[in-house]
Write a protein that binds this ligand. Structure first.
Ligand code: NDP
Length: 459
């Protein structure tokens, strides 16, 4: 497929999940000549400073309760302290291994890699920070996003999620600003690891946009586990103890009570990495948050330039970026125009307990109505036996006319695993009666999803 007029058939900017997948499928399955530039570590946000290290920290923090729980099941165990230094060493070894896997996948697919930053010079030319230029028939931007801090004085002294994996030691106390995925996940992780966690969220309830009942339950459980969650509260000022910016921070919140924290973490959203890439000059259109505007085939306003993943700010999840990358390859190299399906994407928030969700929230479904809501909340067997207060939620939103299950929301240990499976049925358009026709697996938490006979409410 190589065209002699260009160095490459495809040049990919960004070695994260989306870019790597597109590069190696184009090269490996379509024989395209592919180059890829990455200025940081291969694997991108997900592998190096997001999903993967985060999930390993979720596992680490999950052991906090194990000893007490095991005792209730007859085990004679004694808890010891958590050793951050030891864990961080193992974590780094694992991330090094995964980065190696990503590099090897590219190499084995025949992709040329450049450890350099890339700017687009014209619709078919990429200029690399090593001083070279590469021409390509198609350019794919998969440069991801980065955390942003709010515009308050000294904000640069606060941490963002990238920094958490590099801490020399865990702080004794931390203030987390924000109520999204990252704020809530790290509140739970750090709380589990023994850090005193305070969380300020400016809105009325954390996890805006998710099902109200489910997010209310997550908030309740987080508080139950010891997170000092303040709703309707934001940070006004932060002042370091010492002039050089070191030491605990004095924080003035909107509710007036000043408090000291060892660290402040800003989990206040992310911004697409579209700056200083020559995009405006090229004619690539950017949205208000800096996201690259693309059509359903991920094509930008410049026909030879495509963009996928977080830099397009559609649904900012690794599996979605990967699908966008695959659809791009199928469209451009497979000769089969393939729009990306962004409908009914299941996702999980790795709080403790986790929240798994697919489809419409009760609130969104009501707008389209009429609906039936089936919901049950109970103490799961394992925790209840150990005397824990934890409850779980299993909830289905059903269209009253078609009987189709429009949404499912689970708050429970391993809800991420559960929602993956429910997601298949919901994506297939299963009705409530088809859920009911499925025999329960007993005793499990999720059997409730096929045994709820009467609606809890209708709307
Ligand atoms: P989110 O957009 O989810 O949350 C940002 C939070 O910060 C919101 O609560 C927002 O409040 C608040 N906020 C924004 N600006 C300010 C400000 N100036 N002052 C105070 N609070 C502010 O971003 P995240 O960074 O948590 O996550 C980014 C994306 O990454 C997610 O949307 C998700 O797609 C992905 N992600 C997915 C995960 C998963 O699948 N498990 C895990 C982590 C990230 P408000 O609600 O009022 O706007």
């Amino acid at each position: 497929m190589a065209k002699n007029e260009f160095d490459y058939d495809l040049f990919v900017i960004g070695g994260g999940s989306g870019g790597v997948r597109a590069a190696r499928v184009a090269a490996g399955e379509h024989d395209a000549k592919v180059g890829l530039a990455e200025e940081d570590r291969y694997g991108g946000t997900c592998v190096i400073r997001g999903c993967v290290p985060k999930k390993l920290m979720v596992f680490a923090s999950g052991y906090a309760d194990v000893v007490d729980e095991a005792k209730c099941f007859g085990w004679d165990l004694k808890a010891g302290p958590f050793d951050w230094h030891d864990f961080k060493g193992r974590l780094n070894t694992e991330l090094d291994r995964l980065e190696g896997v990503y590099r090897k996948l590219l190499k084995n697919s025949g992709v040329d890699t450049f450890d350099a930053r890339a700017r687009i010079k014209d619709p078919h030319t990429v200029a690399l920070s090593d001083g070279t230029e590469k021409t390509a028939k198609h350019i794919l931007i998969a440069s991801g996003g980065r955390p942003v801090r709010p515009e308050i004085e000294n904000a640069e002294l606060g941490l963002v999620s990238d920094d958490l994996f590099h801490l020399e030691k865990l702080p004794k106390s931390i203030l987390i600003i924000g109520g999204g995925y990252i704020a809530c996940e790290f509140a739970c992780i750090l709380n589990g690891l023994g850090v005193e966690v305070t969380q300020y969220y400016r809105g009325a309830q954390i996890l805006r946009g998710f099902d109200d009942e489910a997010r209310g339950m997550v908030a309740e459980m987080m508080q139950e586990k010891g997170i000092d969650l303040h709703l309707g509260t934001n940070i006004l000022e932060m002042t370091p103890s010492h002039e050089d910016g070191s030491g605990p921070m004095k924080v003035k919140p909107t509710n007036g009570t000043e408090k000291m924290f060892d660290q402040v973490l800003f989990a206040t959203g992310r911004r697409p990495n579209s700056d200083d890439m020559g995009l405006e000059d090229l004619g690539v259109k950017l949205g208000r948050s800096g996201e690259i505007e693309v059509d359903e085939y991920s094509q930008t306003a410049v026909p030879s330039v495509y963009a996928i993943g977080d830099v397009t700010n559609r649904i900012n999840l690794t599996p979605v970026a990967i699908r966008e990358g695959m659809a791009f390859v199928e469209t451009v190299f497979g000769g089969n125009p393939t729009p990306v399906d962004h409908d009914l994407v299941p996702s999980a928030i790795f709080t403790q307990p986790e929240m798994g969700t697919v489809g419409l929230s009760e609130e969104a479904a009501r707008e389209a109505g009429p609906i039936e809501v089936y919901a049950t909340s109970f103490k799961p067997m394992q925790g209840a036996f150990a005397g824990k207060a934890d409850r779980v939620l299993m909830k289905l939103i059903v269209c009253a006319d078609t009987r189709v299950v429009l949404g499912c929301h689970i708050v429970a240990p391993n809800a991420g695993e559960l929602i993956q499976m429910v997601g298949i049925a919901v994506k297939m358009g299963a009705t409530k009666e088809q859920f009911d026709a499925t025999c329960a697996v007993h005793p499990t938490m999720s059997e409730e999803l096929v045994t709820m006979r009467n609606p809890t409410r209708t709307a």
